[in-house]
Ligand binder design. Structure first.
Ligand code: PLP
Length: 426
């Protein structure tokens, strides 16, 4: 038997039965830097971006990387150099992306709870657009801008009431969600915003959810958005750009999302047919740019057979990989060393050391492992490190960016001093 292919992970593969990311051996990286360890493929990120760029070739379009998916500085720098703008959701993300060398005017600021301080900092930095999410926020942003003698460029985030057919926690464009302004109130809200001197309407935006694996929700949302643009412009308010959000899924477990270029080919046909093909377009992909570029390498600490379940206890946990605990998410788990002799496998729950029953990484996985072996948790590039915490006073993992046969340490493992910085004894 030869080592399995890993579909959906083009730069993660077995080379003589050892798992590699591009030309770097993961076992060697783990020995050098310890575990748990995040390892990312630069080529995978740039390939994912290139699929969008191909899809938009010849159009007036901008990819704004939704940096909450993975906000490590070197990754932001990589996307900034590749020409991306950024979708941010906090003042912290603004500071981070500017520290990574991004241009402020290519930054768009989303999120339902922007504070006055965050608004002021973003206005002074000269960001490209605020994606406003409520009528109350419109008034506050107007006030803050007038106080600074500035005008805030805005688009209104519309809730198109389209079902993205994904997990409820990552669906954002349905009526019951906290995001955006209801479709029916959109025109009215645009008219109010256009009358305020501290605001300048520049666009419209939506984002219907995450890990979307079908094209229909995008096509439906686009129709609803274009209907709105027509009615807003008929009311005399020009819409310079249309932002279709992010949300395209990746292959975690046999998922088959459309390729970014194929999806956008279809969407552009619709845009052209409706006469919007030359409009400035924005998109905000996060997961689909980084998710399958990353793996998390972990070491098996103990095998713990039980009456009802066997447990494989590893040194990565829910503080490193929060997605299973948060949304019962699936990550493929494979050994770093493939054994062609096909030793007998058993079924295990792969769990971490954190004192919570919710601390699991994979349920019912068939593995042939023993203590001391190393495993790779795949699809760990998005919403893992950026969601990680110090729960159980665990230190945050280190991160490596691989570029061919070179590897760069882009985040050193936290030391204990990093954890208690800012804390004071009585
Ligand atoms: C999270 C988010 C995105 C990115 O979503 P992905 O599923 O990672 O592509 C884009 N836009 C907004 C407003 C978001 O909140």
């Amino acid at each position: 038997m030869s080592a399995p292919q890993l579909p959906g992970h083009p730069h993660v593969h077995y080379q003589q039965d050892q798992l590699q990311v591009e030309g770097c051996d993961l076992g060697e990286l783990a020995s050098l830097h310890g575990t748990p360890l995040f390892v990312y493929s630069k080529a995978s990120m740039l390939d994912a971006l290139a699929a969008y760029q191909r899809g938009f070739a010849g159009r007036n379009a901008r990819v704004c990387y939704a940096m909450k998916a993975n906000s490590s500085l070197a990754i932001l720098q990589l996307f900034a150099k590749a020409g991306c703008g950024f979708d941010i959701v906090s003042g912290g993300e603004l500071a981070r992306v500017l520290a990574a060398g991004a241009q402020a005017d290519k930054v768009i600021f989303s999120g339902v709870g922007k504070t006055r301080t965050e608004m002021a900092v973003a206005l002074k930095a000269g960001i490209g657009c605020f994606n406003v999410e409520s009528e109350a926020e419109i008034d506050v942003l107007n006030e803050v801008a007038l106080g600074l003698n500035l005008q805030a460029p805005i688009s209104i985030r519309v809730n198109p009431n389209v079902d993205p057919k994904t997990h409820p926690y990552i669906s954002t464009g349905l009526k019951g969600n906290k995001f955006g302004i209801a479709h029916e109130r959109t025109l009215m809200t645009y008219q109010r915003a256009a009358a305020l001197p501290g605001l300048k309407v520049v666009g419209i935006d939506c984002h219907i959810g995450s890990q979307i694996t079908e094209e229909t929700p995008y096509l439906d949302a686009m129709d609803r958005m274009l209907d709105l643009v027509e009615s807003i412009e008929a009311a005399g308010i020009p819409i310079h750009h249309i932002d279709f959000g992010g949300g395209l899924g990746i292959n975690y477990n046999g998922d088959t999302p459309p390729a970014a270029d194929a999806l956008w080919h279809k969407l552009l046909v619709k845009l052209d047919a409706r006469g919007f093909g030359q409009r400035q377009l924005m998109i905000e992909p996060g997961r689909s740019l980084v998710g399958n570029a990353g793996v998390c390498v972990t070491e098996v600490l103990y095998m713990k057979p039980g009456e009802q379940k066997n447990f494989c206890i590893v040194d990565a946990a829910m503080n490193d990989l929060p997605r299973p605990a948060m949304y019962q998410a699936f990550h493929t788990i494979v050994p770093l060393q493939y054994s062609p002799a096909q030793p007998s496998t058993e079924v295990f729950d792969v769990v971490g050391p954190v004192c919570e029953s919710g601390d699991w990484i994979g349920h019912d996985r068939a593995l042939a492992v023993k203590a001391g072996d190393r495993l790779a948790v795949l699809s760990a590039g998005a919403y893992c490190m950026s969601m990680s915490s110090n729960y159980n006073s665990r230190s945050k993992a280190a991160e490596i960016l691989v570029d061919g046969t070179n590897s760069h340490l882009i985040r050193q493992r936290d030391e204990f001093a990093d954890q208690i910085r800012g804390e004071k004894l009585l």
